[in-house]
Structures are given as C-alpha cells and as structure tokens.
Design a protein around this ligand. Sequence first.
Ligand SMILES: C[S@@+](CC[C@H](N)C(=O)[O-])C[C@H]1O[C@@H](n2cnc3c(N)ncnc32)[C@H](O)[C@@H]1O
Length: 392
Amino acid sequence: MKVELPVAFSQLESRIKSQVFVRAVLSGRRRNMQTEYERIDIKPVLIKEEIKWQIVSSDGKKDITKNVEADFNFNQLFSSGFANLLVDTQDESYQVRISKKDEALVAINKVKLSRDLAHDRQKQRMLPESNQVFKALDMSDLLGRIKPSKMDKYKQVDEFLRLISQTLDSDLSKQDEVSVVDLGCGHAYLTFAVQEFLSDKYQKVSILGVDERQDSKEHNEKVAKKLNTSAQFIAAKIADTPNQKVDIAIALHACDTATDDALFWAVKNDAKVIMAAPCCMHELQTQIKETPEPWGLLTKYGLVKERLVDLMTDSLRAQILKLLGYRVDIVEFIGGEHTARNILIRAVKTGAAVNDLDKKRYEQMLGDWQITPYLAKLLKSELKAAAQIDTL
Ligand SMILES: C[S@@+](CC[C@H](N)C(=O)[O-])C[C@H]1O[C@@H](n2cnc3c(N)ncnc32)[C@H](O)[C@@H]1O
C-alpha cells in the first residue's frame, strides 16, 4: 500500500511510543541520500522504573548505544536517509520501504511478539551483524540481521575475533602491517571476518586462505570480488602450502591431523601467533594399545577414554609448541552448547628457553603411554634442535 511519507512516519512514531512497542530497525539507503550509520536498532528498556528507548547505531564496525526519553524526535531519524523502516509491536509488524520516487510502500503483517525491557546491553560484538562481510557471505538478511541458521557460526567467529584481539593488543601492537594465513579455511567465514576486523587496526592486512577443495577456492574468490578485497585463496593441501611470511596462522576445525599439518606449517614459517581450534581426532586413539596404571580407571569407559585421549592430543600439541619457544594457553573459545569442538590452542612465539620440567613431563608421558604424536613426527628435527628430544 502506498502512503504519503509524513503519514508513514507518524504511523511509525505512534507505534514506537505505544505500550506494545517491541523493536524498530532502520536500514538501507534512500536514493541520493547518505546516512551516518549503516543501521539503527531501537528497543524499549526499563531503567529505574521508567520506560526509555535504547538506540543502537552501527556503522558496520562498531555500535554506539544511547537511551532517550519520550520527547525524542524519532521523525528526524526516519527522515535521515534510511530506505527500510520497520517497527514491530506485540501484534503487528509495520514495514515501510521508501521507493526511488520517495513514496512510502507500507506492508503490515500480524505477528505475536513479546516485549523485552531488559536494559543489559547485549554482548558487544567484535563485528556487528550488519557488517558487509556477513552480507557478502550470505549470513545476514536484507535488514542486516544474522539468519537464525547462521547464528552459531556468527557467535563462533565473534569469539575467535575476541581471542585474536586480546593477543594483538599484547603481542602484535607495534607493527603497521599484518599477514594472516587461514589453513583449512572452508567457505572462509572466519577468513573474511578476520580481514575485516584487522583492517581497522593495521594499515595493511595480507590474507591467504588455504583449502584442499577447489569449490571452496571458487566460492571464496567470488566473495572476495563482491567485497572488493585483496584476500587470496589457494586450493592445496595444508602440508603443500608454499612457505611464506606469516604473523598469524589460524586453523579452525581443520579435520584430524590437518590441525597438526597447520601447526607444523606455522612453526616452519615462524608464525608469531598461532590460533588453532582442533577438530575430530583419531590418530592418538589408534596408537594406544595398553594404558599405564592407574589410568586404566579412566580408559575402561569408551566415552571417557575418547575424551581423555582428545585432551591428551591437544595437551601434547600445546607442550610441543611450548618446547619450541611458544607461550601457550588452551582456552574454551565457544560454550559447549554450540559445539563439542570448543578448545582453542593459542600460541605466541617468545623464544623462551626450554624448561627442564616441561621436557621431562613430555618425555615421560610419551614413554608411559608408548605414543608418538603426529605433530612430534612432523617437528622431529625442530624438537631435536630446540630441546634435544629424540622422536621415535
Ligand atoms: C570443518 S571445515 C572448517 C572450515 C573453516 N575453517 C570454518 O571453521 O568455517 C574443515 C575444512 O578443512 C579442509 N581440509 C581438511 N583437511 C585439509 C587438508 N589436509 N588440507 C587442506 N584443507 C583441508 C576441508 O576441505 C574443510 O573445508
């Protein structure tokens, strides 16, 4: 239905100020108009027993939140250049699209929504949902909201960026340029998000995504073109990735020993920071024939044995990196309710000397369990040179 613009604005305003107002979203651009923000979200909040309107303005990189009172001039926001204006009340969704001819095309739909007046700010996201990257990756809808089916991926990427960000501040803050290699990048959700996030912090960001699948490369190159970015992609095995300078090597859920290939490549190329979230692991499971006592108490239960050996695999990966001069921590990068694969190994090169106790524990564990981690085989000569460890 077509209506006059002032009529549509006044309908929007009366809904926003009503007692059944749930939320509003302003997005898109009108022809020949610029907006200061990419998107504005408005919701009612209860602060000290009084209703206020929380306005979150996003420029695609960060959000600015302010709370306003009933006398706020919402009309000014409606006429500030946005093309799509949506106001949801508890029972009706009132959507206005402003056409190229400046006509208001109105659609009204019945809905059933509840009002949430909590004013606790939503968790501050590292990249807002409306960021162009998520649009190009087809993770968000026309209004710049992450699609429900992509929400887990968005949260995973967000958490990864949060963990990278902590490391940048402490370990990579003194450089203008940064190079990143994403090993086993798949459809490059993380790759593009990392590039976008870092481009705000460094003058130049070089990024390479590696995946053995040719269709991933083709998909990712199309997205790079849409975004007009310099991200490069190659279809190759991680182990065959050409050597190159790298500051940050990342590997998110590269399958089984592909994580070891990624860690090996990162060490060989002297990566300053390594962030790897391992995936399914089978290699060590098959090596364990006999359990040293008293650990039989745990390995007699199949499920517990599997988890124990997964943890051993990651602890040994971390220990190997430590013996090679990395400062390492293992963190949970997303709650277990989203995925069971929720461990992230974060390593920062410090060149610290080998600690005798670290070496002793590592050798004893391999001896007692009669195992040789795949990563140790790959890094045999590095372990010998750095810690005089003989890998079988
Ligand atoms: C579970 S997906 C994860 C994709 C991406 N990192 C993410 O988290 O969205 C694992 C990806 O690693 C790739 N991959 C597995 N083993 C590989 C190897 N040895 N060399 C290159 N790519 C590999 C697969 O093709 C797949 O795209």
